[in-house]
Design a protein around this ligand. Structure first.
Ligand SMILES: [Fe+2]
Ligand SMILES: [Fe+2]
Length: 253
């Protein structure tokens, strides 16, 4: 079986689905609820932006060097997403400034439909990456070359960040996904992985942990995890106003 990327798409879909659910349940007559959705949308856009930027810089550039053009479609969709963020933010702003309750409900429903459209487009986009771009990557690169794409990220991470990443992804992963993540991190950063493993093994349960320990060569940890290090992804605590900065930054790139 060839090595494959994009396992984090499962997390992305769940995150988006949660935001869509929040929008579907929202009381658009409540300013407090509108503010909460504004923050959730800002977090969703920050996550999608970070993911798209990772793909553009780490994956698409590799394919372009080989003369492959399958990434053109995905890259132009990444660009279009910025316009969608703007439209959705404007729609939410219009609900906020509207004084009539009836109009708020009507605009709220339109926002829900627009967000659902974007969700549908995003699912098609993710499928394209996994069904078209991934086979192209496998055709043009070896498994070791493909692993190297995420290794660059793992090299920059501290063990606490590794734990946080797996904790965030884990509710949406299966056993095979976890095995690949752990094997990858252990290959590239065995010392850091051994520190992170002390917590990760609790996450997976004893049977899976034993199976992994018999498969992976896990070093003796040189220190314990720092329990006071508070880690959050930008999309876990981004303020609504920060999103426009992120978008602005990405537009300049
Ligand atoms: Fe993408
Ligand atoms: Fe993606």
């Amino acid at each position: 079986m060839r090595y494959r990327l994009y396992r984090e798409h499962k997390y992305l879909v769940a995150f988006f689905s949660k935001t869509l659910q929040e929008c579907g349940c929202l009381d658009f007559s409540s300013q407090k609820s509108i503010e909460a959705l504004k923050e959730s949308l800002a977090q969703l856009f920050a996550l999608l932006n970070a993911h798209a930027e990772h793909e553009d810089t780490r994956i698409h550039t590799l394919l372009k060097v080989k003369g492959s053009t399958v990434v053109d479609k995905a890259e132009s969709e990444h660009e279009q997403h910025h316009n969608i963020y703007d439209v959705l933010n404007e729609q939410l702003q219009a609900i906020s400034t509207e004084s009539s309750d009836e109009a708020k409900q009507a605009l709220g429903y339109q926002l829900y439909l627009a967000l659902r459209d974007f969700f549908a487009e995003t699912l098609v986009h993710l499928n394209y990456e996994e069904r078209v771009i991934m086979p192209e990557l496998q055709r043009l690169f070896s498994d070791d070359e493909l692993r190297e794409i995420d290794f660059a990220t793992y090299r920059q991470m501290q063990p606490e960040q590794m734990v946080h990443m797996i904790e965030a992804l884990n509710p949406y992963l299966n056993r095979n996904d976890r095995a690949v993540f752990f094997d990858d991190i252990n290959r590239v950063e065995p010392e850091k992985f051994s520190i992170a493993w002390e917590e990760l093994k609790e996450l997976v349960g004893s049977e899976e942990a034993r199976a992994l320990e018999s498969k992976l060569i896990i070093a003796k940890p040189s220190r314990s995890l720092d329990p006071i290090k508070k880690l959050k992804y930008p999309w876990e605590d981004v303020e609504p106003e920060n999103t426009s900065q992120i978008e602005h930054h990405n537009n300049k790139d």
